[in-house]
Design a protein around this ligand. Structure first.
Ligand SMILES: [Zn+2]
Ligand SMILES: [Zn+2]
Length: 170
């Protein structure tokens, strides 16, 4: 993924928004837990600040996720948003801009970081997903499985509790 900055470089203050296109980076696909299906509303905003080009990526990435409770596959749409400053000079150790050369900025590293950061650690197929029965493994979204309801174990810890013998003073 890359973007041409030929026009935006022409004068300070110039802004431009273009669609974010191209194959997503292989490095990203390898690090994703779930396969990417497509991008939607994905765009790149470029801004000439005078000494740098500010790049802002945003959009939605659609993935084939797996529900953390019932393990069912489902389509998940994850919004992403990330910005990075680019200059034509080499950054020092304390600088947080990236270098670009000529009229093209490589968006692969920024896009990879942005999408990985946006991905949730776990996802549910729906907020009230009932998950799987801990005993028989049945999908409880399809109805009760017939197992006895789990015992209320809130008092189990108390059942094992014994008072400590009094400590001798001193
Ligand atoms: Zn689920
Ligand atoms: Zn069951």
């Amino acid at each position: 993924m890359e973007v041409r900055v030929t026009d935006v470089k022409k004068w300070v203050g110039r802004e431009e928004t273009v669609p974010l296109e191209g194959p997503w980076p292989e490095a990203l696909a390898e690090r994703m837990e779930w396969p990417i299906v497509e991008l939607s509303r994905a765009s790149v905003r470029l801004q000439n600040t005078g000494h740098s080009v500010l790049v802002a990526l945003s959009g939605d990435v659609v993935v084939d996720a797996e529900c953390a409770r019932c393990t069912r596959p489902f389509r998940l749409t994850v919004p992403f948003e990330g910005t990075q400053e680019f200059r034509e000079t080499e950054p020092g150790p304390d600088d947080d801009w990236e270098r670009y050369a000529a009229d093209t900025i490589d968006l692969d590293p920024l896009f990879t970081d942005t999408v990985l950061l946006a991905m949730p650690y776990a996802a549910l197929c729906r907020e009230d997903c009932r998950g799987l029965c801990a005993r028989c493994g049945a999908d409880l979204n399809e109805g009760p499985c017939g197992c006895a309801p789990p015992a209320d174990d809130r008092w189990a810890a108390l059942a094992d509790w014994r008072p400590k013998p009094p400590q001798p003073p001193g």
